[in-house]
Design a protein around this ligand. Structure first.
Ligand code: ADP
Ligand code: ZN
Length: 725
């Protein structure tokens, strides 16, 4: 018997499958989807078995598989299919697809280090009376007493009495050892919580979801912030479990706080596996196998949990479905929603896409009837949405309120007096984004990238937010030596110190990438803030997503223009979602909420839609723009980046690529570019972009595949293809 094995060989996006003989000793154990170790040149490599067959086309003498790495299949039939789906839809290699799908411990890599964790249990090997007779020492007797009830005792517990006595008892054959696998991750203690009585809208939503069970339908659950989507999810899951099926729930990484997981645990006990980046590789490995062995029926996780080896799926939920975090930004550039739709067909089960602000693509499909649209228009208990006020910062500056407007300052004061909480969003980290010299005009820039360096006060250095370059700030201008350096551009760090100055008694905490890069730091900030250990939470877009803090009554949005001014056709949509979601953090419980948006564009249409809390108005407006400019959902986009350390090479290849595409693609397909990328030079690599707008074009994938192959031969220039841009 022969196995064809996929090996991951470090090369640009290439797959290699090789045939190997299955040795007699392994014939009964080896299965498709397992990892095996095979000889490859002078070394040995790990690979996945893709096929078992009788014949080979190889003309050389086949070598034998050395051994299998796992006892179980790593890639079951469905996962093998998903890998091919990713390969076909993102044009990435099959081995990179499998590698992305599997947790670190199960990837085919040269060394697999993580293994199962065992706990040793002891039990009596002879009768209790006999044991008492034999034991002389007091400590031995104490250990034997543990076994009075005749149960298994963990070796750890016995050894807590005496290590040497435990050892003696085992040696004498009085106790025997047994190993049992344990899991590294445990959900904390929880108290069971009964389900809530649904309101009419929720009830209606649940009924519609139930009607779709055992159907591969896509349901868009569009519910305003605080409308109780999570309760609907949980009750839908309960129904699914009653049918003997399982459920997969995806939330953005940021929402996976201990609190969120606890809410599920209170409802479903330990019937849950959790997958997110806060877990160690060992913990993820254990969670994965819990799922594989069908010991749990619910999986909650971030993006990559969409690959959880859950069987008999009855429902897939993607919460905050508009979140960027569901798209992987390096190859394979897959989108979790696409994988969810694939799995929904495979299992014949519905997918729920939940959000207060679904993307235009999703909502357009729902409105056309391709997806089912269910709306929750009111907050639970009909609590009002917060009131939103727009403040014109041009006026404020005239009156010397450059960062915090008069109104926001007053509102914060009131809030603190009432001992309610405040959130302030500023979507830019660091202290100052530009430092220049008022004497000679010098500006600090990254020597490797195209941007100014951001000053970070806590570390007293200048940092490039693209490549990580850092440098100490000079006391005088490095160009003219004058003492004339000025700080411009506001970041969260400076905002924090400004607010501290204005409200010296307030307890303030900041949440951005700089304060949350340590493991567990983010969770701690969220939990501390929830427990009222702070009055004011300042942060970047991180604070806007899915967090439920009942005592927050005021949300301030400082420099709302930042996201609006990003040169991206989605900037309007992203701004609306960010501000609407952030606003939605205010007034979620009994206390009414208010929101203040600071901007230099008070007449901007997007901001005014946020002010009116009117998603439909924004949708109509934005759809018109998209239609005129031929953007999604009216056209699909594929996006190419051509990059090289050498400017000339990148530029030449980009032009050649665009010409190649114009020749190969349908005449209705639009090829734009090449243009220089927004971030033209990052880490000394030059970036050119080509945008392809198409509706139906069968020639696209073959052309891109051909391009990919051509670039393989080019050592100087790389191409990056994004099919779901
Ligand atoms: P969303 O995700 O739609 O923004 P949540 O699911 O966080 O809203 O719900 C907001 C709050 O309302 C939560 O604290 C939740 O426990 C509560 N809630 C949800 N449904 C009900 C209900 N039927 N009765 C009472 N409280 C509810
Ligand atoms: Zn840089």
């Amino acid at each position: 018997m022969i196995a064809s094995i996929l090996l991951e060989i470090k090369a640009k996006n290439v797959d290699k499958t090789f045939d190997y003989l299955i040795p007699e000793t392994l014939k009964s154990t080896i299965k498709v989807g397992m990892r095996v170790l095979v000889p490859f040149g002078p070394q040995s490599l790990e690979g996945y078995i893709l096929k078992i067959k009788d014949q080979t086309d190889a003309e050389i003498e086949l070598k034998e598989i050395i051994k299998n790495i796992d006892e179980e299949v790593v890639l079951n039939e469905e996962l093998l299919e998903i890998g091919k789906f990713i390969q076909d839809n993102t044009l990435a290699s099959l081995s990179s697809a499998y590698s992305t799908m599997l947790p670190t411990a199960l990837k085919a890599r040269k060394k697999t280090q993580i293994s199962k964790k065992y706990e040793t249990y002891l039990s009596l090997n002879i009768s209790l009376d006999q044991a008492y007779l034999i034991c002389k020492k007091e400590s031995q007797k104490q250990i034997i007493e543990l076994f009075e009830s005749g149960i298994l005792i963990s070796k750890k517990d016995a050894q807590s009495i005496s290590v040497s006595s435990t050892k003696t008892l085992i040696q004498k054959g009085i106790l025997k050892e047994e190993k049992e696998e344990t899991y590294r991750y445990q959900i904390k203690e929880y108290i069971k919580d009964e389900k809530k009585k649904l309101n009419e809208e929720q009830e209606n939503a649940l009924n519609k979801i139930k009607e779709s069970f055992q159907n591969s339908k896509t349901i868009v659950l569009k519910g305003v912030t605080g409308s109780g989507k999570t309760e609907v999810y949980m009750q839908a899951i309960e129904e699914v479990l009653d049918l003997g099926l399982s459920a997969l729930v995806l939330v953005p990484e940021i929402s996976l706080t201990p609190q969120f997981i606890l809410n599920f645990a209170r409802r479903f006990g330990s019937n849950i596996a959790v997958l997110h980046s806060g877990l160690s590789d060992g913990e993820k490995y254990d969670e994965w196998r819990k799922i594989e062995k069908q010991e749990v029926s619910i999986v909650i996780g971030a993006r990559s949990a969409i690959f959880a080896p859950l069987k008999n799926i009855g429902l897939i939920i993607i919460d905050e479905c508009h979140s960027d975090s569901y798209k992987q930004e390096n190859r394979p550039k897959y989108h979790a929603i696409d994988i969810a739709l694939f799995r929904s067909k495979y299992h014949n089960c519905p997918v729920i896409l939940g959000s207060a602000t679904p993307t235009l693509e999703i909502l357009a499909r729902a409105k056309k009837g391709l997806y089912e649209l269910i709306s929750l228009n009111y907050r639970v208990n009909k609590k009002p949405l917060p009131s939103v006020t727009i403040v014109d910062m041009a006026e404020e500056i005239k009156h010397h309120h450059p960062i915090i407007s008069e109104l926001l300052e007053k509102k914060i004061e009131e809030c603190l007096e009432k001992q309610e909480q405040v959130m302030i969003l500023l979507n830019r980290r660091g202290h100052s984004t530009t430092i220049n010299c008022s004497s000679c005009g010098f500006t600090y820039k990254c020597p490797h990238c195209d941007i100014t360096l951001t000053f970070h006060k806590s570390t007293k250095n200048l940092r490039c937010h693209y490549c990580g370059y850092t440098k100490f700030l000079d006391s005088n201008c490095p160009n003219c030596q004058e003492d004339a350096l000025n700080y411009y551009g506001l970041g969260t760090e400076k905002l924090e110190s400004t607010i501290k100055e204005k409200f010296p008694l307030a307890r303030i905490i900041r949440m951005d990438t700089d304060t949350t890069n340590k493991k567990g730091a983010l969770e701690k900030i969220v939990e501390d803030y929830r427990e009222n250990k702070y009055d004011i939470l300042i942060g970047t877009q991180m604070i806007s997503k899915g967090l439920d803090f009942p005592k927050v009554t005021l949300v301030g949005i400082v420099s709302a223009d930042i996201t609006l001014n990003i040169p991206d056709f989605r900037s309007g949509e992203k701004t609306f979602a960010l501000l609407y979601q952030a606003s939605g953090r205010a007034g979620r419980s009994n206390l009414p909420g208010s929101v203040i948006i600071e901007t230099f564009n008070p007449d901007n249409h997007v901001l005014n839609c946020v002010k009116d809390q009117d998603f439909e108005k924004f949708y109509e407006y934005e759809m018109n723009i998209r239609k005129t400019l031929k953007y999604p959902p009216f056209y699909f986009l594929a996006h190419l980046t051509i990059k090289s350390k050498e400017y000339e090479c990148a530029s030449k290849e980009a032009t050649k690529t665009a010409n190649f595409l114009k020749r190969k693609l349908n005449k209705n397909t639009i090829v734009l570019g090449p243009t220089t990328a927004n971030m033209f030079r990052v880490n000394n690599i030059y970036h050119f972009e080509i945008m392809i707008k198409y509706r139906f074009d069968d020639s696209l994938k073959p052309a891109l595949k051909e391009l990919d192959k051509l670039f393989l031969l080019n050592k100087k220039v790389d191409i990056d293809i994004d099919m779901s841009y």
